[in-house]
Design a protein around this ligand. Structure first.
Ligand SMILES: Cc1cc2nc3c(=O)[nH]c(=O)nc-3n(C[C@H](O)[C@H](O)[C@H](O)COP(=O)(O)OP(=O)(O)OC[C@H]3O[C@@H](n4cnc5c(N)ncnc54)[C@H](O)[C@@H]3O)c2cc1C
Length: 512
C-alpha cells in the first residue's frame, strides 16, 4: 500500500456512499478517504474496474438493449485496445506506466487497464471500502430534517439480502457506457434480420459469411467494421456525414490494387456518406467510389423482407444490423423527486457536471463528462467533492449555481451544440479541464507534452486507422518527455513496492 499517511484531519467527516467501483468510483473512493471521510463503495459486480472487466456475457435475450436497465454492464469487445495513449491515462500520482511481464504497448488491450486499476486499488488500500456483489436499487432522500440519503442495496451473493443504510452523502459513479442509445428508424420492429447494439458485440465469428450493416461511425463503429469485415461477406458502414469517413478509414478499406471481380478482395464504396466495405466484388461499383456531392444518405427504413433502404433509394439485403450509436445516461436507482433528470442525454441540472444545485453537496456525480483525460479528470472532480464535503471548500449559493448551469446551456445552444452533447467536453481544447482544476481543487493543468501526444496520436489515427496503434512516430520533444515520464513512473512504482513491503513487514511484526 502506498504511504498515504498525509491524512488530513477532516473538518467534517462524512459518511459517504459511492455507487460503482469503476475508474470514476475508485478515483472518488481514494480522494474521499484521503480527505478522511468514512467511505463505502457499493459495486454490483464481483470485481472492481467497471467497463475494463471484460465480460464475455451479453444481453443475449435483448441484444438491442432496448429494455432499461441492461442486465450486463460490460460493453467491451474482446479485441479492444485503448485509443488513448497510456501516457495520458493515469492518475496524477499513480501513472499508467508499463510493467514487466505485462502488455507494455502504448495502446494496450483492455485487460491492461483492468490490471492497472487493480494495482491502484491495492496501492491505496481501497478494497477496505468496497463491497462487491452489491447492487444499489434505490437512492432517495432520508426522512428527517438533515439532508441525508437512504441507500437500498441487494446482496447479489448468497444471501440476496436487501439492506437499507443512511449516508450523509452519495457519489454516483455508475458509468454511462452500458445503456444503448438507439436511433429511431422506420421498420425497426418488423425487420426480420438480427439487430443488435455494439453493447452486445464481443467477437466477429457470429457474423461469418453474413451481410452486415454497421450504423454509426464513431470509434466502436469503425473498430467493429474493421474486425467484422475479416469474416463477413459484406460490411456496409453507414456514417452520419462525410467528415466521419476519415482518410485513415478509407485507406484501411481500400484495396492496394484496383478491385477485380473476384471474391475475398476488399474495396470501399462511398455513396456519401454510406460506405460499404465488402469482400464480395461487383466491378460496377468501382464507378461509384466517391460521390462528391457529400449528401447525407443514412439508413432510411428497414423492410420486413430484410432489405435496408438508404436515403438515396438504394437498398441491400442484409442479415445483421449492428447499431454503434452510443450510450445513454441512466440512473434507474435514483429518486430525487425530479431534482435531477436525464433529458436527451443531458443530466441536469448539474453545476460543473457534478453537483445538482438543489441537492449539493450531499449528492454528486463523478465521470459524467466525456472526451476528457480519464481518470485524470475524474480525480480532479473527486478531489473537489471530497473537499467540499469536508468543508475545506465551499460551493456558491444554489441560485448562483443554477444561473451558471443555465448560462452554460445557453452558450452551448448559441454555439449550435445539440442537447445530447451537453457533457461532451472537448479533449482538443484543454481550457475547460485546466480551468476546472485550477478553480476548484488546485489541480495541475494538462502538461504540454501530453496534449501534443494526444494530438499527434489523433492525427496518426486519422491518417491510418489500421496501423496507428503500433506505428507512430513521436517528435523529439514528445520522445524526450515520454522517456522522462517512464523513468519517473518506474521510480515511483519502486517506491510504492518498497512502502508496501515495509508496511507488510510492520503488520507481520505486530501480529507476532
Ligand atoms: C468499448 C469501449 C471502449 C472505450 N475505450 C476507451 C479508451 O480507449 N480510453 C478511455 O479513456 N476511455 C474509453 N472508454 C470509456 C471508459 O469506459 C471510461 O473511460 C471509464 O471506464 C468510465 O469509468 P466509470 O467508472 O465512469 O464507469 P464504468 O467503468 O462503467 O464503472 C461503473 C461501475 O458502476 C457499477 N454499477 C453500475 N450500476 C450500479 C448499481 N446500481 N449498483 C452498484 N454498482 C453499479 C458497474 O458495475 C461498474 O463497475 C471506452 C468505453 C467502451 C465501452
Amino acid at each position: 500500500m502506498v504511504c498515504d499517511d498525509i491524512k488530513i484531519k477532516p473538518l467534517q467527516r462524512q459518511k459517504v456512499c459511492v455507487i460503482g467501483a469503476g475508474m470514476a468510483g475508485l478515483a472518488s473512493a481514494r480522494e474521499l478517504r484521503r480527505e478522511g471521510h468514512d467511505v463505502t463503495v457499493l459495486e454490483q459486480s464481483g470485481d472492481v474496474g467497471g467497463q475494463w472487466v471484460y465480460d464475455p456475457r451479453t444481453d443475449g435475450a435483448d441484444p438491442l438493449g432496448a429494455a432499461a436497465p441492461v442486465k450486463v454492464h460490460g460493453s467491451m469487445y474482446a479485441s479492444l485496445r485503448l485509443i488513448s495513449a497510456r501516457e495520458n491515462m493515469g492518475f496524477t500520482d499513480f501513472q499508467f506506466a508499463p510493467k514487466d511481464g505485462r502488455d507494455g504497448r502504448r495502446f494496450p488491450g483492455h485487460r491492461e487497464v483492468y490490471l492497472y486499476l487493480k494495482d491502484f486499488c491495492a496501492a491505496f488500500g481501497l478494497m477496505e471500502s468496497v463491497r462487491l456483489n452489491t447492487s444499489v436499487v434505490r437512492v432517495a432522500p432520508a426522512p428527517g430534517p438533515a439532508r441525508q440519503w437512504t441507500v437500498r442495496s441487494v446482496d447479489l451473493g448468497k444471501s440476496e439480502e436487501v439492506v437499507e443504510e443512511v449516508f450523509d452523502a452519495v457519489v454516483v459513479a455508475n458509468g454511462h457506457y452500458s445503456q444503448p442509445r438507439l436511433p429511431s428508424i422506420q421498420g425497426m420492429e418488423a425487420w426480420r434480420g438480427r439487430q443488435m447494439h455494439s453493447h452486445s458485440y464481443r467477437v466477429p465469428e457470429p457474423f461469418r459469411g453474413e451481410v452486415v450493416v454497421v450504423v454509426g461511425c464513431g470509434e466502436s463503429g469503425k473498430d467493429i467494421t474493421m474486425e467484422v469485415r475479416r469474416v463477413a461477406k459484406e460490411v456496409h458502414l453507414a456514417a452520419k456525414s462525410m467528415e466521419e469517413v476519415t482518410q485513415g478509414l478509407a485507406k484501411a478499406c481500400l484495396p492496394s490494387t484496383p478491385p477485380a471481380c473476384t471474391y475475398n478482395c476488399t474495396y470501399v464504396l462511398f455513396r456519401a456518406p454510406v460506405m460499404s466495405i465488402s469482400t464480395c466484388m461487383h466491378t460496377c461499383m468501382q464507378n461509384e467510389m466517391i460521390d462528391p456531392s457529400g449528401n447525407v444518405n443514412q439508413v432510411e427504413r428497414l423492410c420486413e423482407d430484410g432489405r435496408v433502404v438508404f436515403g438515396d433509394g438504394s437498398s441491400i439485403l442484409a442479415d445483421t444490423i449492428i447499431y454503434c450509436t452510443g450510450f445513454s445516461y441512466s440512473f434507474p436507482f435514483l429518486d430525487t423527486e425530479g431534482a435531477v433528470t436525464v433529458d436527451d442525454n443531458r443530466v441536469g441540472p448539474l453545476f460543473e457536471h457534478v453537483f445538482p444545485p438543489s441537492l449539493a453537496p450531499s449528492l454528486s456525480f463523478i465521470g459524467i463528462p466525456i472526451k476528457v483525460f480519464a481518470p485524470w479528470f475524474f480525480e480532479a472532480q473527486a478531489k473537489w467533492v471530497a473537499q467540499v464535503l469536508s468543508g475545506k471548500r465551499t460551493l456558491p449559493p444554489e441560485e448562483e449555481m443554477m444561473r451558471s448551469v443555465e448560462e452554460y446551456y445557453g452558450a452551448r445552444e448559441i454555439a449550435g451544440v445539440p442537447k445530447k452533447y451537453t457533457h461532451d467536453v472537448s479533449l482538443f481544447d484543454t481550457t475547460y479541464i485546466d480551468e476546472f482544476g485550477g478553480k476548484y481543487c488546485d489541480f495541475p493543468g494538462v502538461e504540454k507534452w501530453r496534449y501534443e501526444l494526444l494530438v499527434s496520436s489523433f492525427v496518426t489515427m486519422l491518417d491510418n486507422l489500421e496501423t496507428f496503434l503500433d506505428e507512430y512516430k513521436d517528435s523529439d520533444s514528445i520522445r524526450k518527455s515520454v522517456e522522462e515520464w517512464r523513468l519517473s513512473a518506474q521510480q515511483a512504482q519502486a517506491a510504492t513496492r518498497a512502502a508496501t513491503k515495509k508496511q507488510s513487514l510492520g503488520l507481520l511484526e505486530q501480529a507476532q
